[in-house]
Write a new protein. Structure first.
Length: 123
C-alpha cells in the first residue's frame, strides 16, 4: 500500500483510536480533575497523532523524525498519567491494562518509524 498522507499510517490510525478511548474514559474522572490531570491527559493523548501528522506534512525526514520524537515524549507522559490514574483508582486494572497495551503498541510503532528513518538517512 502506498502511503500518501499521515492518515494512511496505521500508527496514526491507532493513536486516533486511543484518543477516542481516553476521551470516553475521562468522563468517569472526578470533577475536581476536570482542569487538572484530565486536561493534561487530553493534551498529551492528542499530541501523539497531531505530531505524527505534522511531521508527515513537513516533507523532510529530519523534521519527520523530530516530530516523531515529540510524539514519543507525549506517549511517555501519557503512560505516567495512566499509572497515576490507576494508583488513584480513577481507572480499573483492566482499563489500565487495555490503555497501556494500546499505548505500548503505538510507542513501538513510532520507534520503528524512527529507526527506519535513521537507517535510510545513513544510506
Amino acid at each position: 500500500m502506498e502511503i500518501r498522507t499521515h492518515k494512511d499510517l496505521l500508527v496514526w490510525q491507532k493513536s486516533i483510536d486511543l484518543v477516542c478511548a481516553v476521551y470516553s474514559l475521562l468522563k468517569q474522572y472526578p470533577k475536581e480533575e476536570l482542569f487538572a490531570m484530565s486536561n493534561q491527559i487530553r493534551r498529551c493523548v492528542v499530541s501523539i497523532p497531531a505530531n505524527i501528522a505534522e511531521g508527515c506534512g513537513r516533507r523532510s525526514k529530519a523534521e519527520l523524525s523530530q516530530f516523531l520524537h515529540i510524539a514519543l515524549g507525549s506517549a511517555s507522559e501519557l503512560e505516567t498519567f495512566f499509572i497515576i490514574s490507576k494508583r488513584l483508582n480513577y481507572i480499573t486494572d483492566q482499563e489500565y491494562n487495555d490503555l497501556n497495551s494500546s499505548l505500548l503498541e503505538i510507542i513501538k510503532m513510532i520507534s520503528g518509524l524512527v529507526r527506519n528513518l535513521q537507517a535510510t538517512r545513513n544510506l
